[in-house]
Write a protein that binds this ligand. Structure first.
Ligand SMILES: NC(=O)C1=CN([C@@H]2O[C@H](COP(=O)(O)OP(=O)(O)OC[C@H]3O[C@@H](n4cnc5c(N)ncnc54)[C@H](OP(=O)(O)O)[C@@H]3O)[C@@H](O)[C@H]2O)C=CC1
Ligand SMILES: CC(=O)C(=O)O
Ligand SMILES: [Mg+2]
Length: 763
């Protein structure tokens, strides 16, 4: 993707469909007059009075305890400088998003229009009663030091300037690990710090707390090396002034072991790197552009241990790895501070975690074969699901031990479980899909590539390395649209079946089709004619092995595409029914719903097969299926043949596949409410388990339910995923969105990968 289209993508992402990145969502019922009289006047007066009696009750009756203010005045926004409060808002909203997705913390972002220290402090103090914690952000030094120091002193909730301490914690963890890999000692290494602002000063202080020696440190600001003979240094800069008679970064880098950049882009040259000691450690953390580009650095020296603040290279040393989890731990014990002990505990937890074996889902999410502790993996990845269960408990424990916790935790196992529960798994699932697809991208033919949304999805799949797209459709239209969306890809085939010049290829496809249908009235001549139709052409591409998977159906209704696909591609060996499943991203996690699109009134045997096929798909997503066979009846409560059918399917599955965790017939509320099921039907195979798969008795109920969930609950859906076909063919819903098409492309690729591996098969 070109620079310009990346820019546009970022702008559209922020502008559409709703401007901005976060919104406020009620957590209580508000449907009836009674609800409203509780939510607001008169009911609301009761908690007000309780809080007035004892102010600590504010944590009991309001959202304060889980609410953090992300506050900036826009004076040092990323590395973009003093761009003002409004211009800092996208970053602050972004932090809100990260707080929420990584640690389930709610955020109000607050942009304050003042550069005056006293006015800023007064503003934060005045609004502090609303919040459980204060994250100061992108405030320039030296003002940031005074602001944070005073607020910490004067408030009794945790205050942290993240550019200082978040960065310090993450980079210290990375530094300890990098030193271990380089086999160097922290109290011996020579460290160059470029930048003497909020981030740089705090990072260096923390390295000192871990043993770095002041005499081994050289710090630089915009004017050069901070020497002790320089006049008018701030007290923070004076702390690191060196007596060495050097003036430039070039001189400072000579024989240095470690470079820490928290300053400006592109100020480090390859020659500087070459002059460093053996196994140099380089953390170029300026955002969005580092002090030296990652690739240039690793191309310059083989022995370098290189990190940046960016997510597109190995070793992202960025405070995103810290603030959500540090505040989570602090809020959960109602800490009054974030102190040195808590920071050091976070460092230790992060550096230790990087040395443990990495769960497969992290490898998949980052399209890595096997992440292992070493030069390219010195610090955990932000999407590592273990972070939430490791860092907050370490921080909380340190808060308790250092005497700043007002609400100590007693049951640590329970606390860890509650932390894991906090994270929804919807995005994780999509991430996992993308990651898995990227490990071995396949050739996917897009039969309707002359439709803008399909083409956009193909572009994303191409740019992200999910698939090698083959674009089918009117060539002229495709080329025009590609130019419009800046889809630049010389290695992507564009084929117009209507005017395909490669007669050899066309003849091959026609012959393959004729072979299949010659006893059903198809002549070689009619076969050649049929090949002008894109779906036939695409299907034959997959059949003869010129493509690995097929995506179609965007502009046609579902059955009108399923029929020819069945005819052209057919069902997998041993399969007598195809069916579809939809993965719905619900609040209780992903739910598989089948059959959502094909079988109008499946028999008991069909239902059992649908359940089996759905189980295979959920395993492909890394989810162990727990399946409820849904009905309006519970375990024989109705004699009606409709309920009887579901019972029969369950009996068959219990007998033929006792290993499956499946039961029914069951009403939906019992299937989804673990307690109800356990209390009333404790004998069920599902009792005490969290159901994640619902097999519906007919198409009406499945299709209606999935569309209801999608529209009423805004639940995102992946699917319909086609099960039982002989080849990876996936059919889109009429008018699917770009995201839905991208997801389906990833599914198609994984489907092809699975077939290649031959187990577990989708079909
Ligand atoms: N990866 C991460 O997680 C994080 C990265 N950062 C990045 O670090 C950088 C600094 O942020 P922050 O500390 O908040 O900002 P500040 O404004 O507080 O500090 C910037 C510092 O950079 C110094 N500087 C400017 N130009 C040069 C130069 N050519 N050589 C050496 N030093 C220079 C300034 O010098 P002077 O004092 O003379 O003005 C100042 O000390 C930004 O790029 C930011 O994106 C920040 C936080 C986290
Ligand atoms: C990451 C961050 O906080 C910064 O660059 O300012
Ligand atoms: Mg910042």
């Amino acid at each position: 993707m070109s620079k310009q289209s990346k820019r546009l993508e970022a702008l559209v992402y922020h502008a559409k469909p709703t401007p901005g990145k976060i919104k406020v969502v009620p957590t209580k019922k508000y449907a009836t007059q009674r609800d409203l009289s509780l939510a607001y006047s008169p009911g609301v007066a009761e908690p007000c009075l309780e809080i007035a009696k004892d102010v600590e009750n504010v944590y009991k009756y309001t959202a304060k305890g889980n609410l953090v203010a992300v506050i900036s005045n826009g004076t040092a926004v990323l590395g973009l400088g003093n761009i003002g409060p409004e211009a800092s808002k996208p970053v602050m909203e972004g932090k809100g998003l990260l707080f929420k997705i990584f640690a389930d913390i709610d955020v109000f972002d607050i942009e304050v229009d003042t550069e005056d220290i006293e006015a800023f402090i007064a503003t934060v103090k005045n609004i502090a009663p609303t919040f459980g914690g204060i994250n100061l952000e992108d405030i320039k030094a030296p003002e940031a030091f005074e602001i944070e120091r005073r607020l910490k002193e004067e408030l009794d909730i945790p205050v942290m300037h993240d550019d200082q301490h978040g960065t310090a914690i993450i980079s210290a963890a990375a530094l300890l690990n990098a030193l271990e890999i380089a086999e160097k000692k922290i109290d011996e290494v020579k460290i160059v710090v470029s930048g003497a602002g909020a981030a740089a000063i705090s990072c260096t202080r923390l390295y000192q707390a871990f043993g770095a020696k002041r005499e081994n440190i050289v710090m630089l600001d915009s004017k050069g090396v901070i020497r002790d003979d320089r006049t008018s240094l701030t007290s923070e800069k004076a702390e690191f002034a060196t007596h060495r008679k050097i003036d430039t970064l070039d001189e400072a880098m000579l024989n240095a072991d470690v470079f820490v950049g928290l300053s400006q882009p592109d100020i480090v040259t390859p020659n500087m790197l070459l002059s460093m000691a053996a196994n140099p450690i380089v953390f170029a953390m300026a955002n969005p552009n580092p002090e030296i580009q990652y690739q240039l650095a690793v191309d310059t020296r083989d022995d370098i241990i290189m990190a940046t603040g960016r997510s597109d290279h190995p070793n992202q040393v960025n405070n995103v790895l810290g603030f959500p989890f540090i505040f989570r731990g602090a809020l959960d014990v109602r800490a009054t501070k974030i102190n040195e002990a808590m920071k050091m505990a976070a460092v230790k937890a992060l550096s230790d975690l990087a040395k443990e074996s990495v769960p497969e889902q992290v490898n998949i999410a980052y399209a890595e074969t096997k992440l292992t502790f070493g030069k390219d993996y010195i610090i955990p990845k932000p999407f590592d699901p273990r972070l939430i269960a490791v860092v907050p408990p370490a921080v909380a424990k340190a808060a308790m031990e250092s005497g700043v916790a007002k609400e100590p935790i007693e049951d640590w196992d329970r606390y860890k479980n509650s932390l894991l529960e906090r994270l929804g798994s919807d995005n994780k699932l999509v991430r996992m899909l993308m990651g898995r697809a990227k490990t071995n991208p396949k050739r996917v033919v897009f039969a309707e590539a002359d439709q803008l949304d399909v083409l956009k999805a193909a572009q994303i799949a191409y740019d992200e390395g999910i698939a090698h797209p083959i674009l089918l459709g009117r060539k002229k239209v495709i080329l025009e649209l590609m130019a419009e969306i800046e889809f630049i890809a010389d290695d992507v085939a564009i084929i117009d079946p209507k005017s395909d010049k490669e007669t050899k290829r066309k003849n091959r496809y026609a012959k393959a089709y004729w072979e299949k249908r010659k006893r059903q009235g198809v002549t070689i001549y009619s076969a050649e004619k049929v090949m002008r139709e894109r779906n036939y052409f695409a299907a034959m591409m997959v059949n003869v092995g010129d493509a690995d998977a097929l995506i179609t159906g965007y502009s046609r209704n579902y059955p009108s595409v399923v029929r020819p696909m069945l005819e052209l591609i057919g069902m997998a060996d041993g399969v007598t029914r195809v069916a579809t499943t939809n993965v719905m991203m619900t609040q209780r996690g992903p739910m598989f719903l089948s059959d959502t699109s094909i079988n109008i009134d499946p028999s008991a045997k069909d239902l059992a097969k649908i359940a089996r096929m759905t189980s295979r798909v959920s395993k492909m997503f890394g989810i162990e299926p727990v399946t409820a066979m849904i009905s309006y009846s519970n375990f024989g409560s109705s004699e009606n043949p409709r309920a009887e059918k579901v019972r029969e399917a369950v009996a068959y599955l219990h007998k033929a596949h006792p290993e499956m965790i499946v039961d029914g017939e069951l009403q939906t509320d019992f299937a989804l409410n673990q307690k109800m099921l356990q209390d009333i039907f404790p004998f069920s195979k599902l009792a005490g388990r969290k159901v994640n798969t619902l097999i519906f008795p007919n198409l009406d109920s499945a299709n209606i339910t999935y569309k209801l969930l999608k529209e009423l609950n805004n639940a995102e859906s992946i699917g319909p995923i086609m099960m039982g076909m002989r080849k990876p063919v996936h059919i889109l819903q009429l008018g699917a969105s770009v995201d839905e098409i991208v997801n389906m492309t990833a599914i198609a690729v994984i489907d092809a990968q699975e077939r290649e591996k031959r187990m577990p098969k989708l079909a």
